[in-house]
Design a protein around this ligand. Structure first.
Ligand code: PEP
Ligand code: MN
Length: 337
């Protein structure tokens, strides 16, 4: 339920109303303060809230029942775009973040080299998998905790915040120095993991499951937010369709639709979406033009020898070229890159 207050309602009156609502009902209040308007989002047993009584209050402009099953993730609860600030690297609204790095961390030499190269080209985050969800149990599974240590070393060397995937709650203890925790497409509906991430106090990069609808994605975000963690970055990384010419089908049209339904930032991963390194540039430009708040791209110093996803990996030179193109596009879109 949403209670919209009249413009310029004094703070004391707002607080008094909040107190009255919570003392009479088993609900939690999400307070969203705009420059003039105040929105109180009620979550919990809202079916028992006396809507007529609320509407009769002098400071209340209107009361609406929210149709969507997600609340904290909903734009109606929080009309302003959320901007997530990770040690000064911002994502959301006018800030376009670029997360770049290898699919998996393979060695110190590989990671440091790539980290320095992507930083020089303008990446704002370093990505790299230490725990890898692989289709085959015989494929390289990632370096595990040793990979995390290499990521932290690369972060110290370059100053880039790091983004890496967690596959299981048991791994979280080793994530203290990780800046953004990634939930992979295959784990988007691992509800036990999502609940735990509601308490970690770090931003979560939530990738859309390959057969997840927008509602499924936003409900997964809601699981994290319901636990108290509001910093969720959504990532469209391609969905499964009948098309086999690309690894997945990049659903760019979800960007404007998501923007209507949620205030959370949305980034695009054209690497896993296409599976084709030469297709990444056009999809990256399209993502920026379509209103995305950032990108996640895979970059490898020697794609042919990559232990994972070599076909979609950009070389540092290709990445550098794409960044120079994106900087031009960002000017048209008035985004800081
Ligand atoms: C990744 O980013 O390395 C990854 C495994 O992506 P996804 O979960 O989208 O397949
Ligand atoms: Mn990959």
């Amino acid at each position: 339920m949403i209670v919209v207050l009249k413009p310029n309602t004094p703070e004391e009156a707002i607080e008094a109303l909040k107190k009255e609502i919570t003392s009479e009902n088993n609900v939690e209040i999400n307070h969203s303060q705009g420059t003039e308007t105040t929105i109180l989002g009620l979550i919990g047993e809202t079916q028992h809230v006396d809507i007529h009584k609320l509407r009769s209050k002098g400071i209340v402009e209107k009361v609406l029942r929210v149709q969507e099953p997600y609340k904290k993730a909903s734009r109606s609860f929080h009309p302003k775009d959320t901007i997530i600030d990770v040690n000064g690297a911002k994502i959301g609204e006018g800030f376009f973040a670029v997360m770049a790095g290898p699919c998996s961390v393979e060695s110190e030499e590989q990671l440091t080299g790539i980290a320095e190269a992507v930083k020089a080209s303008g990446a704002t985050f370093l990505r790299g998998g230490a725990f890898k969800p692989r289709t085959s149990p015989y494929a390289f599974q990632g370096l595990g905790p040793a990979g995390l240590e290499l990521l932290v070393k690369a972060k110290k060397a370059t100053g880039l915040p790091i983004v890496t995937e967690v596959m299981d709650i048991s791994q979280l203890a080793a994530f203290d120095d990780v800046d953004v925790i990634q939930v992979g497409a295959r784990n988007m509906q691992n509800f036990t993991l999502l609940k735990e991430l509601g308490h970690v106090g770090k931003p979560i990069l939530l990738k859309r499951g390959m057969s997840a609808t927008m509602r499924d994605l936003l409900m997964a975000a809601e699981y994290i937010m319901a636990g108290g963690n509001d910093d969720v970055i959504l990532c469209e990384r391609g969905i499964r369709t009948f098309e086999t010419a690309t690894r997945n089908t990049l659903d760019l049209s979800i960007i404007p639709v998501l923007k209507r339904h949620t205030h959370l930032p949305i980034i695009i991963d054209p690497s896993h979406a296409t599976g084709l390194s030469w297709a990444v540039e056009s999809m990256a430009k399209a993502a920026l033009a379509a209103g995305a708040d950032g990108l996640m791209v895979e970059v490898h110093n020697d794609p042919q020898k990559a232990l994972c996803d070599g076909d979609q990996a950009l070389t540092p030179e290709m990445f550098d070229h794409i960044m120079s193109q994106l900087k031009r596009y960002a000017q048209i879109e008035e985004k800081a890159i």
